[in-house]
Design a protein. Structure first.
Length: 87
C-alpha cells in the first residue's frame, strides 16, 4: 500500500524509522488469490525495541480471537539499509 501523497513526506521522516516488520502471506493461503503471491506490507518504527514490542503483539493471540486461533500471516523483522529508501 502506497502513501497517497508521498510528496508531502520529508526524507528526514522516511529515514527516521529504519526498523520494520514485513507482513506477508504463507504459501497456500486463500488470500493469495486476492492479493497475489508477492503481497507484503511494511510497518516502520524508530527503535528496534518499539518494533519488537509490536512484533510480539501482532504475532500473538488477541483478546477477541477464538481459543487456539493464531494469525496466519508471516511477520519478519527487517531493517532499512542506508542505501535503500524504496520500502
Amino acid at each position: 500500500m502506497q502513501i497517497c501523497h508521498s510528496h508531502n513526506l520529508s526524507s528526514a521522516q522516511k529515514n527516521s524509522k529504519p526498523y520494520g516488520i514485513r507482513v506477508s502471506l504463507p504459501k497456500g493461503d486463500a488470500f493469495i488469490a486476492l492479493l497475489g503471491s508477492d503481497w507484503a506490507q511494511f510497518h516502520w518504527f524508530a527503535t528496534p525495541e518499539e518494533r519488537d514490542i509490536k512484533l510480539d503483539d501482532m504475532a500473538s493471540e488477541h483478546l477477541y480471537s477464538r481459543r487456539g486461533d493464531r494469525p496466519s500471516l508471516i511477520f519478519k523483522p527487517v531493517e532499512k539499509s542506508e542505501k535503500s529508501d524504496s520500502q
